[in-house]
Ligand binder design. Sequence first.
Ligand code: ADP
Length: 395
Amino acid sequence: MPSRNILVINCGSSSIKFALVKPDQAQFAISGLAERLGSTDAVLHWQRDNAKHSLAIAGGDHRSALAHLLPMVQEAADGQLHGIGHRVVHGGERFTSAQRLDAEVIDAIRAIAPLAPLHNPASLLGIEAALALYPELPQVAVFDTAFHQTLPEHAYRYAVPQQLYREHGVRRYGFHGTSHRFVSLRAAEVTGLAVTDSSWLVAHLGNGCSTCAVVDGQSRDTSMGMTPLEGLVMGTRSGDVDPNLHSHLARTLGWSLEQTDRMLNHDSGLLGLSGLSNDMRSLEQAREQGHAGATLAIEVFCYRLSKSLAAMSCALPRLDGLIFTGGIGENSPLIRSKTVAHLRLLGLALDEDANARCIRGVSGPIQAADHPRVLVIPTNEERQIALDTLALLDT
Ligand code: ADP
């Protein structure tokens, strides 16, 4: 079959990430980022054939950014764009898999927006702009939450009154599903295990971080909850804190809900703990130079991550392997080593030479001989979104 071209779009409130995926090629034919949309500094960056380009699009919004980039994408696709796959963060309980976009699906994404007030409206901006520009092209929504719709009820319910779940959807949904699915499928492939008879722990560690227990190709538990704030320490997000923190800060400091939300989502995590940076690379360098905040941030990050992985192991019948992925998981021997050191009771231990080798796209097993598998597997959410889009177009 000739190569097919799928454009993958990931919209934020003022940004669009895009990549043209040809499933039979490892590299993206063209990829890029439009950022600061809606401001006078709006700019479009793209990369093609290893060359980088930028174009100022002052005042450009989502629609005008797409109008600029779509002709370039069409050219890179030799005029043969087969479809567009949109990343949508929240699919609620309604969406258990990718969906072809039509008026009803768009209304449902809008109806779920109260659960993801920053993310779903941003996705809709991109979806509506792309549909207006290319009404004939098949377009698909791929949801971050969909993979986790297989969680059993005992894993997804909070211990709060039933009515909040039944009438207001207050439950755990989980995120990063596209990544957890992609790397667990790859793990089965590289180890020769059947997806339908395999059992993995996954640590996706980027700016956002989450763990997942994947059994027989299905998510059985995950660390993020109703929103992407629950769980691990992240770049700027706190992860788990005492749920009474909001009221404590309101009583003692007079903080509003918005102030506490902002602090927990934007000023916390690695940034808040270190007082220095949300970026793990910078923190590792600062730690080398003896920076106390960076050292503490790394210790807390790894300890909390290992506690979460140990908790996820409750959902597994056995352990076929622990997978590290995301910018930190794929590139940081230090974080992998410190995390695994806390997991002695799961029998895990690393071969530190193999661990040190797995950086910048080098992947593979890093466990010590005769210990359970630990794998470094680069994630590729764009590719998984393109494959899900193609699978729907073929039905
Ligand atoms: P996003 O969630 O935005 O896609 P990434 O998956 O790209 O983020 O991960 C970004 C994180 O990966 C940052 O904290 C960055 O510092 C970290 N990272 C990238 N390379 C390295 C490295 N060599 N060592 C440690 N951390 C790294």
